[in-house]
Write a protein that binds this ligand. Structure first.
Ligand code: OGA
Ligand code: NI
Length: 338
């Protein structure tokens, strides 16, 4: 039986043709080494200048960093992971009720990335939710499992607070006032992608998610602590980010690259799949409000450095992002000053 979702309970023996990448685009994991030097930041260490230095290093040189002792309790995280796994274990018919491949929907269970635009599919199913304001969006969230709404709401609230603390630290690490970036982003939206990558019959031929940068401001990723899959591009080479059981992976999105006048990198990253185990990840995206005008703070160009990007609204950017396929040039390139 063909299904729109791949978390269908079907055991595939070979990879369906529509997922097979041309030879030159395959992951070649034997050439990927472990990412050893990315900062693992202890947010409770009490030494602000150490934290800011690590953030600067992470954002400049890698476009991401990891945080531990981040203030989100183990209980909240474990419940989130469990309810996400329970959701993807629901019977296929139940999940198909939520299926849509229309990116403009605020709640949808979908597959791959942008089914209507892409030529090759990706070995991923994902539940995408809007999470702010909660009162507005929680009513449309799945009500099965019955604890889903409560558990995910709690998680969202805590992640949002952490995201704001990180944005303040990012601003300070650029030598700006701590509210400087948050002020530009306005009343931020929050989205979540719960990604589920089932075991894949021929993982070397395809991706869970191909190389992309995140179009938003800041992403806080909870990775499966048992199954690796996330890789980031550094100096033209792919590096595997081994899961750390207590850490969140934080990555700079396109909007922080723009606001930092290109000093901080919105990193290319991808997810690979494996033959034996399903992998789960929960990505929380903080997004500028639609009308927010992305314009690097003047202090960053006061020394006469060129202003790299033209001003644009987030609404304009987001529309452009979803009108394209993932593995094209960096979407920000289209917003550069000449
Ligand atoms: C994403 C993403 C990586 C992962 O959802 O944008 O990059 O490890 N996920 O699932
Ligand atoms: Ni991403």
């Amino acid at each position: 039986m063909e299904s729109k979702l791949i978390s269908s309970g079907i055991n595939y023996l070979t990879l369906p043709q529509s997922y097979v990448r041309p030879e030159s685009e395959r992951p070649r994991v034997s050439e990927v080494s472990d990412c050893k030097k990315v900062p693992l930041i202890d947010l409770s260490c009490g030494d602000r200048s150490l934290i800011l230095g690590q953030i600067r290093d992470g954002c400049r040189n890698y476009g991401f960093f990891q945080v531990i002792n981040h203030g989100i309790s183990k209980d909240v995280v474990e419940k989130m992971v469990k309810v996400a796994n329970d959701f993807f274990s629901l019977p296929l018919e139940e999940k198909l009720k939520l299926y849509s491949d229309d990116p403009s929907k605020t709640m949808r269970l979908s597959t791959s990335f942008n089914v209507q635009k892409e030529t090759v599919h990706n070995w991923r199913d994902y539940l995408r939710l809007h999470c702010y304001p909660l009162e507005q969006y929680v009513p449309e969230w799945p009500s099965n499992p019955s604890s889903f709404k409560e558990i995910v709401s709690n998680y969202c609230k805590e992640v949002r607070e952490l995201g704001f603390r990180l944005q303040e630290a990012v601003a300070e690490s650029l030598g700006l006032d701590k509210g400087c970036i948050k002020d530009v982003l306005g009343e931020q939206g929050q989205h979540m992608a719960i990604n589920y990558y089932p075991p894949c019959p021929e993982p070397e031929l395809t991706y869970g998610l191909p190389a992309h940068t995140d179009p938003n401001a800041l992403t806080i990723l909870l990775q499966d602590s048992n199954v690796a899959g996330l890789q980031v591009l550094k100096d033209g080479k792919w590096l595997a980010v081994k899961p750390h059981p207590d850490a969140f992976v934080v990555n700079i999105g396109d909007q922080l690259q723009a606001l930092s006048n290109g000093m901080y990198k919105s990193v290319w990253h991808r997810a690979i799949v494996n033959a034996d185990k399903a992998r789960l990840s929960v990505a929380s995206f903080l997004c500028p409000c639609d009308q927010a005008v992305m314009s690097a703070p003047k202090a960053l160009t006061a020394d006469g450095s060129p202003v790299i990007y033209r001003d644009f609204t987030y609404a304009e950017y987001y529309k452009k992002f979803w009108s394209r396929n993932l593995d094209q040039e960096h979407c920000l390139e289209l917003f550069k000053n000449q």
